[in-house]
Design a protein around this ligand. Structure first.
Ligand SMILES: [Zn+2]
Length: 123
């Protein structure tokens, strides 16, 4: 989200309309100041440089969000696969101890294979 510069400490300083309206901070500087780049785009009632234009900011936010969602899907798929694999091992042990049937083991293996195949196709 791009903030419009409104003066040092938010006291309502005068916005220089020749320059980008974004409020920015510099490394090591505590207070914010108006962006020093020339106006390139007019949007939402203010002039902006190409970096701080709300539409450009939105595009970057959306790209970041899409990347995050893709990573989440990948992690979830990997976790589901690992959990299914652990389940196969547990049911194999239970089967060995005669606490689970061969059908249970077969179902667990089928579930694991299904997730493994699905994961392979998604990545
Ligand atoms: Zn700017």
């Amino acid at each position: 989200m791009t903030h419009v510069w409104n003066g040092s400490y938010g006291r309502g300083g005068k916005l220089n309309k020749e320059f980008c309206a974004a409020s920015v901070t510099s490394p090591g500087v505590w207070s914010s100041h108006q962006c020093s780049r020339k106006v390139a785009v007019q949007e939402e009632g203010h002039g902006w440089c190409r970096q701080h234009a709300p539409s450009a900011q939105k595009k970057r936010d959306e790209a970041r969000e899409a990347k995050y969602q893709a990573e989440q899907r990948e992690n979830n798929a990997r976790w589901a696969k690992q959990a299914a694999f652990a389940n196969v091992a547990q049911i194999a042990i239970d089967h060995f101890d005669q606490k689970a049937s061969f059908d249970d083991l077969e179902a667990a293996v089928a579930k694991y294979r299904e997730l493994k195949e699905k994961h392979r196709n998604e990545v």
